[in-house]
Design a protein around this ligand. Structure first.
Ligand code: ADP
Ligand code: ADP
Length: 230
């Protein structure tokens, strides 16, 4: 049962750069797929196409059986949590407000939204009483990254896309975050595609590892049977 299907997807940017050649990839529901490859091989571009922030120039992307080009982009994105590199928190808003100002919570009654926000902060290991009223600059890189994950989870989307979610944090914190993320994933059962240039991270976290080798050449491995022997 596929959550996401990429069928010969390609992207050529207007300046002529081919970021992705012809990429085919199937992501089963509830699986965590690591998309790994060197810098510039088209990983971010691929996530943005799944999210429909940019349009493929060729091929087809199907999410939950629906061709994304025929889906309403707003509805589509509601079903997809997106965690970007360096998180992009609003510096002048508290942590609670950063999580609360996602479209999915805007219509909620104040008190209920706050309860939900605190629940999400708890979920990612940030005690709401301690961190809720702080500002982003008062958090460490790892903690900010968790706020990004909490925000992405706010709409309870079935699909999570994460672009180098552990890139900005030091190795010790990264190990801890990754462990927690593994547990979180087991509990939530989301379909996750995450991007990394770190093979070790891909193998450790991914149920499946897809190796992008530039120009859209793709190899898939069932982790951890992976890359090592190849
Ligand atoms: P990765 O995430 O694997 O580092 P990207 O998807 O960011 O790779 O980029 C893939 C290729 O596309 C790179 O050569 C990059 O320079 C190019 N690229 C990315 N965004 C654009 C853009 N908006 N216009 C032109 N080229 C781009
Ligand atoms: P980590 O181990 O996650 O990298 P840090 O060493 O960066 O954490 O920070 C340790 C603690 O200090 C964290 O609990 C963080 O919230 C707090 N902290 C970091 N920077 C500030 C700041 N500018 N003001 C208040 N607290 C801070």
């Amino acid at each position: 049962d596929a959550a996401i299907v990429l069928d010969a997807v390609g992207k050529r940017y207007p300046d002529g750069t081919t970021a992705v050649g012809s990429l085919s990839l199937t992501v089963p529901r509830g699986e965590l797929v690591a998309l790994v490859g060197p810098s510039g091989c088209g990983k971010s571009t691929t996530l943005k196409m799944i999210n429909r922030l940019i349009e493929p120039t060729s091929g087809r992307i199907v999410i939950d059986g629906q061709d994304v080009t025929k889906a309403d982009p707003v509805a589509l994105r509601r079903g997809i949590g997106y965690v970007i590199q360096n998180v992009g928190l609003f510096p002048h808003q508290t942590i609670r407000d950063n999580v609360a100002t996602v479209p999915s919570l805007l219509g909620w009654k104040r008190r209920r939204a706050r309860e939900r926000v605190d629940e999400l902060l708890d979920l990612v290991g940030l005690e709401p009483e301690t961190f809720g009223d702080r500002y982003p600059h008062q958090l460490s890189g790892g903690q900010r990254q968790r706020v990004g994950v909490a925000r992405a989870l706010a709409a309870d989307p079935p699909v999570l896309l994460m672009d180098e979610p552990f890139g900005a944090v030091d190795p010790v914190v990264r190990d801890r975050l990754q462990d927690e993320f593994g547990r979180l994933q087991d509990t939530l059962g989301k379909t996750v595609v995450f991007v990394t240039h770190d093979i070790d991270e891909a193998v450790r976290l991914g149920d499946r590892v897809a190796v992008l080798a530039g120009g859209g050449d793709l190899r898939q491995y069932d982790s951890p049977a992976v890359v090592l022997g190849d």
